[in-house]
Design a protein around this ligand. Structure first.
Ligand code: ADP
Ligand code: ZN
Ligand code: ZN
Length: 761
């Protein structure tokens, strides 16, 4: 193109120009056109060739300032009236983004209301941008004309030896390699280079090798009937070569992973790649080992990789050398060249939602990516998110069920311990739980105690009837603020005095929740002086690797009791654990969040799945003041359907997801009145913007809750205020919020974030 043909834009140079459209990595969320100097279009110099997906340096702002941005489009365009500036240079030696990834990031920017440049920076790993673990090296080779007359050249014997060594080598050599082979200094080599008898080129090479793993191979299992039925459906979708979403609702141990693996075997047989997303906590050696045992080429992406490792994996994936990518959230951006399938296991897990910008949900991004690349998406869970469940109910997803455990193991029995019957108890361990632990320890088994605790926990609950104080508007638990002696709704700012007696049963024994792991540890030690107790929480597990070490010690039987927060609830498999106790299921239930019931259901179900894995069987005891609560009662019976049937109508009545889209706005600052003023302004602007949108339907009002102090009202010296907007029409809601945010004028020191489809409150 560049040598012979007249470039098309030269035909009418006055009106048409080659322009690069650039999205800056920081700064304004905009696209800018720049002229492209000819030397950046020279295909013979691939290292400086400007392509879509490479980063460039461009003049931006006043004076000689420059900025970095991604080239997102390149083409001949009508020249604008004003004079454009030129791209100053190309930063990458290859494109960092496929056209698919460009479209996906664009979609994310629109959907999550964040700058495109920010999304681009987030999806391309830093190690890839910086080419971590590579080094530029000068490689020496022999020009063909020299090779042809090697014997007749007029050179010294040493120099001839150098040339012969190069001729004998099947690939180019570094200076050091060549000198070592010949046994000479660099002097004769450099002389030959100066004379042009040796050619040199500069290349970027990997330093070191990724560690190779010894893997015990495994053959496919003979599937049972449920598994076969599900796999048949998946195969049909794969053969249809089109996008669809399958939701596999399968109890823990029903053999979902084996089904994923066999589905992926088919994808791999087509020469295509699969991505498997799992929660970070599931990236255990056990899970990873199962994939390694079945596929030759896999890449495992977790948060502890170094930049070098991440870069190496990225290149292997981009080159099509990897069949299966197994990874946490960000593996959804793996640059597979010919994607055939995406699997999201444990799709209900909160860790798929990123809690810093861009605040994306990997399951929803996977959905978008699968649709764009026209491939099936499989979502799997024992306790699907109500979002996915509702989509299956409405026909958008196909629901496939695996209701039985492999080998017909029974589901573990869950016993609810009604704390209302045990009011004179001192401490946090009820009599039934104490007895169960005694039996377990006496028989050489182990016990796990789960204390559900988050940041703070000060709900108000009646120990006589189990009722807890809820906001009359939001149906969300009120939070007790000791200092001001009030009950506060952290969503709509409803405030009321703490009751003296229970409003339901008139019992005066109303009490305030809240218990720490240390206090529980002291209680365990007092009651079981002979058992060693291992405490795991954010305080004791600060050092990297301490989590794994502690669990290994527990597995080896060095401790009788493991107690900890949510971090011990998932992904663990201890055959010797015969008792699991949930100390306070109600804390999850009373977290000020509309998903509290769903979280509680997940928690109890997950915990129950931790026992009964060995021959000894196992028992689960869940302590609660509210055993009739639908989430707790249904979890105890392993009855997801019953839970969904009671929870969904409540969500619908209040306009919560999955029936409404939700956007949360949080602002924070050291000055409380300035911070709350920005939240007030946001509310006013959203109302105004909503009012200006057309096609309003009177029966379809915007729901705005707040502003109110956030559930974590003060963090690191900053006050936090938030508000929440919900409406069934997501795009319209987003348009209003976007218009409103553009008008916000926060004073210095007040910052805000907007969270589309929020998960953690
Ligand atoms: P899930 O992912 O649904 O929790 P897994 O796939 O982990 O279930 O299966 C649970 C256990 O049963 C694993 O140890 C697995 O190796 C085993 N398993 C799965 N499918 C079969 C099968 N068809 N026959 C025998 N064992 C199986
Ligand atoms: Zn009561
Ligand atoms: Zn409220």
């Amino acid at each position: 193109l560049f040598d012979d043909d007249p470039a098309p834009w030269e035909l009418d140079a006055a009106a048409q120009q080659m322009l690069a459209t650039v999205v800056l990595t920081t700064g304004p969320d905009n696209q800018y056109d720049y002229l492209v100097p000819d030397e950046l279009l020279d295909a013979r110099r691939p290292e400086t060739l400007l392509e879509v997906g490479r980063r460039v340096r461009v003049p931006f702002g006043r004076g000689n300032r420059t900025a970095v941005g991604y080239c997102v489009a390149l083409g001949v365009k009508e020249a604008p009236g004003r004079k454009l500036k030129s791209v100053a240079g190309v930063l990458d030696k290859q494109s960092l983004l496929t056209p698919h990834m460009l479209r996906l990031t664009r979609w994310m920017a629109d959907y999550y209301l964040c700058p495109w440049g920010q999304v681009l920076e987030a999806v391309v790993p830093a190690g890839v941008r910086g080419q971590a673990g590579t080094r530029e090296m000068t490689l020496l080779s022999l020009p063909t004309r020299v090779a042809a007359r090697l014997t007749t050249l007029d050179v010294t014997d040493k120099q001839r030896a150098v040339l012969q060594a190069l001729a004998a080598s099947p690939k180019p050599l570094t200076l050091k390699q060549l000198a070592t082979r010949v046994g000479c200094t660099s002097a004769p080599i450099n002389t030959l280079r100066k004379q042009g008898l040796i050619e040199s080129s500069v290349e970027r090479l990997d330093q070191g090798e990724l560690a190779a793993l010894e893997v015990q191979r495994e053959t496919p299992k003979q599937l049972n009937n449920d598994q076969t039925a599900v796999l048949t459906e998946i195969h049909r979708e794969l053969d249809a070569a089109q996008h669809s979403t399958l939701l596999i609702h399968g109890v823990t141990g029903s053999g979902k992973t084996e089904v994923y693996i066999q589905a992926i075997e088919k994808v791999v047989s087509f020469g295509r790649q699969a991505i498997v997303l799992v929660p970070e906590i599931s990236l255990t050696p056990q899970t990873v080992g199962r994939f390694r045992a079945r596929f030759d080429h896999i890449a495992v992406l977790h948060s502890h990789l170094t930049d070098v490792e991440r870069h190496r994996h990225w290149k292997r994936i981009a080159a099509g050398e990897v069949q299966v990518v197994v990874g946490a959230r960000s593996a959804v951006f793996a640059p597979t060249p010919d994607l055939g399938l995406i699997v999201v296991d444990e799709e209900h897990e909160t860790t798929f939602k990123q809690d810093s910008a861009p605040r994306y949900h990997a399951r929803d991004v996977a959905q978008q990516r699968a649709a764009d690349e026209n491939v099936p998406l499989i979502l799997g869970s024992a306790t699907p998110s109500l979002e996915s469940w509702q989509r299956a109910a409405s026909g958008e997803y196909r629901l496939l069920s695996m209701p039985r455990r492999v080998n017909d193991w029974p589901m573990p029995a869950v016993r609810l311990v009604d704390l209302r019957e045990d009011q004179n108890r001192r401490g946090s361990i009820s009599r039934p739980l104490q007895q169960a632990m005694e039996h377990a320890l006496r028989d050489g088994g182990q016990a796990i105690l789960l204390l559900n605790r988050r940041g703070f926990s000060t709900h108000v609950q009646c120990p006589a009837c189990g009722a807890s104080a809820k906001c009359p508007e939001c149906e969300i638990a009120l939070t007790f603020h000791r200092h001001e002696q009030i009950l506060l709704c952290h969503w709509c700012d409803h405030r009321q005095a703490p009751p003296r007696a229970c409003p339901d049963c008139r019992s005066p024994a109303i009490r305030y929740g809240g218990l720490g792991t240390q206090k529980l540890e002291a209680e365990v030690q007092a009651r079981f002086p002979k058992a060693r107790c291992l405490r795991m929480d954010a305080d004791t597990m600060r050092r990297p690797g301490s989590h794994e070490q502690a669990l290994d010690a527990f597995r080896r039987g060095e401790y009788g009791v493991l107690l900890g927060t949510q971090m011990i609830a998932k992904g663990l498999d201890f055959p010797n654990v015969t008792v699991v106790g949930v100390i306070n299921a109600d804390t999850a239930l009373n977290w000020p969040d509309f998903r509290a019931g769903e979280r509680t259901f997940h928690l109890v179900t997950q915990v129950a799945g931790r026992t009964g894995r060995g021959e000894k069987g196992g028992r689960v005891l869940v302590q609660t003041f509210d055993p009739e609560h639908p989430a707790i009662a249904a979890a105890a019976r392993h009855d997801y359907g019953a839970f969904a049937r009671t929870e969904l109508p409540q969500r619908e009545a209040l306009g919560y997801p999955p029936f409404g889209s939700m956007i949360r706005f949080v602002c924070r600052g050291e000055n409380e009145s300035q911070t709350s003023a920005v939240a007030d302004q946001a509310v006013a602007e959203i109302r105004a913007a909503w009012g200006q949108l057309e096609q309003q339907q009177p029966d379809d009002p915007l729901r705005l809750r707040g502003p109110a102090p956030a559930p974590i009202a003060k963090l690191r010296g900053e006050f936090r205020y938030h508000l929440q907007a919900t409406h069934p029409d997501g795009p319209r809601l987003k348009a209003a919020v976007k218009a409103a945010l553009a008008k916000l004028t926060p004073p210095e020191g007040v910052r805000w974030v907007v969270d589309v489809d929020p998960w953690e409150m």
